[in-house]
Design a protein around this ligand. Sequence first.
Ligand SMILES: Cc1cc2nc3c(=O)[nH]c(=O)nc-3n(C[C@H](O)[C@H](O)[C@H](O)COP(=O)(O)OP(=O)(O)OC[C@H]3O[C@@H](n4cnc5c(N)ncnc54)[C@H](O)[C@@H]3O)c2cc1C
Length: 481
Amino acid sequence: MPKDFLKDAADAYDVVVIGSGLGGLTAANILARDGMSVLLLEQHYKLGGMATWFKRPGGHIFDISLHGFPYGMVKSCRRYWTPEIADSIVQLHGVRFDNPMFSLTTTFNRSDFTKLLITDFGIEQGTVEQFFDTVRNMNFYDDQSLTTRELFDQFFPGREDVVRLLMEPITYANGSTLEDPALTYGIVFSNFMSKGVYVFQGGTDKLIKSMEKEMRANGVDIRINCDVQKINISQGKIASVQVNGRTIRTKAVVSNANLRATIFNLIDKQHFDKQFVDEAEAVRLNNSSTQVYMALHPDDSIPRDTGDLLFCSTADRFQTDLLLSRDITSRTFSFYYPDTRPEGKGRTLIVSSTNANYEDWIGMDKVDYEASKQDLIDSTLDSLEKYVPNCRERITHVEAATPITFEHYTKHINGASFGTKFEGLAVSRALPQQIPGMYHAGSCGIIMSGWLGTINYGVIVANDVINHLSSTTSTSRAITT
Ligand SMILES: Cc1cc2nc3c(=O)[nH]c(=O)nc-3n(C[C@H](O)[C@H](O)[C@H](O)COP(=O)(O)OP(=O)(O)OC[C@H]3O[C@@H](n4cnc5c(N)ncnc54)[C@H](O)[C@@H]3O)c2cc1C
């Protein structure tokens, strides 16, 4: 008999959350804390979505998306999670750039960038201050037609080196390009510039386990291996979800699944009006990623001044399309020293990340796919050699992930690492107007992606659900089974 992952689950809940990425987890926690009965359904055998990790023999634990986030995570985690989670967030001090235009190390905050731009790049102080003030004051209601390229042209015309310094990390952080609206750049860049780059000490496994513990304490009914097939609508409102052969009633659904998958795979089209469907169809997915995971021999180590995050490139010029190319010239290396997991086995690990196009990886037969992964590994080791000499001999475990891997584990269409492009946000926000009680909280619109973006979006949507359910009749929140 296959295991019943819904054993003892109730027949009805106030809210069903589909997906346990950081957006889904945060929404579920806030809703349960507010006294609602919440069922969290995750199709994978593990919680966390893209915020995940995996173990390999030899005591190695690799993090997938723990490369860096802005300081805002401390406040969000303290308010919406626990003080212990917030207190484990620590700053990365060594952010390095190495490319044919410049090599430097920075703490990646406004004061250090101001100094660098003035002394190393020769920009007038007034221009630098004006640029920082402009991007810091950007908000969602601003002009959305100005592109990031136009923004840079206003302040630093002809200065590709400056654009590279300012843009390259953000392209890695949220997949945005020079052609995207400037505010998608401005909001994220300013978040980082406020205090630098932070990570969670103890690793993603510790974070997700702490979150699970907190959710259980707040009463969330958490179920893994539960792949939601359909969201049922009755009389224009949310009625139930179909999962593992059961129909579970609910008044509200928060989908943390990919926005397009939510709209086109989980809900029948007839429930949306035509204009909404057209707008949803026009939403572009963000890019995907490749990664190479490398473990040094347990007795080996690398000097701390190798850095924590290294944006390296051999491309003469900075072009966002080059960052996506199969012919990789730019990589971000994350160096994980033993203090990443102070209670761990003291391993030194390296993860190389590149943005990637799904189309470059799909449709290969198994032999070609494996050969392409091996190419990715080989070229990554070639590139790492400059920063970790003799790395081929020193690395005892290496493997690669591709857009197909990310798609497989999270069901994100095309393995999108950061959800959708900017237009996805308006569609995500419009969902409850189409179907009362139906919400989406997960990576979309560039600014609502990354660890901080999705956590904050989970908060916003949880509050929408609370308002929605309390505006319906007072008895309706407690559905009897
Ligand atoms: C390689 C890589 C590196 C990254 N690095 C960073 C970084 O350093 N810093 C940073 O801030 N961000 C980073 N990100 C982005 C960040 O990880 C994501 O934006 C964020 O974790 C996504 O959270 P989410 O809430 O959108 O949900 P996701 O993580 O996308 O999770 C969605 C969940 O829904 C589940 N699901 C989908 N469909 C169903 C269904 N039908 N039924 C049940 N469950 C379902 C999936 O299994 C998954 O668990 C990185 C991403 C990638 C891919």
